[in-house]
Design a protein around this ligand. Sequence first.
Ligand SMILES: Cc1cc2nc3c(=O)[nH]c(=O)nc-3n(C[C@H](O)[C@H](O)[C@H](O)COP(=O)(O)O)c2cc1C
Length: 191
Amino acid sequence: MIRETVVTTRAEDGHIHIAPMGIREEGEYLLLAPFRPSQSLDNMLRDRYAVINYTDDVRVFAGCLTGRWQWPLCPANRIEGARLKNALAHTEVLVERVEDDELRPRLLCRPVHEAQHAPFRGFNRAQAAVLEAAVLVSRLHMLPWQKIQSEIEYLNIAIEKTAGPHEQQAWKWLMEAVTQYREKQRNEASV
Ligand SMILES: Cc1cc2nc3c(=O)[nH]c(=O)nc-3n(C[C@H](O)[C@H](O)[C@H](O)COP(=O)(O)O)c2cc1C
């Protein structure tokens, strides 16, 4: 099973880098598999640690994909990095084993500290729809326009029926990115 999380790492200049990333449990490890090139990967290979944040604030996922990286942070407990201040929970990990690959290395990470900060209050369909749309936005250049359009139409049902303000904001950012992409595509076609 893959869980969609937000990974925070420290860049060489000290700033905290935030990126949505899927994780998997593999025995005693949490497995991260970033596609190259990846700033998160570079940071983890250099520092050998990361923080995995579990959040239901889908604005962070949509924000990171649309150039909005200013999310409140606070120091981690056992490592030098930082965690999302509003995370429901987080796990601090050490990168213990690296299985290198040209396309997608596998980082086997050992949890060294875990804390819960707020309760999980149930599933929300609009949050799931935002995550799906965020993945779609990260793959716009690989997908035919008709598929993008029909998936958005379907996901929009959950947004209309079940979204709160955070989900609406996140959805708006993603839809702006889709519109911009479509306009750019049209302009390129007309040149
Ligand atoms: C829900 C979700 C899950 C993602 N999971 C991964 C992942 O497992 N590996 C990956 O390389 N990128 C994943 N991405 C895309 C990255 O967040 C995005 O490409 C990001 O820029 C990573 O590159 P960076 O480390 O250079 O920031 C995911 C995006 C979303 C919205």
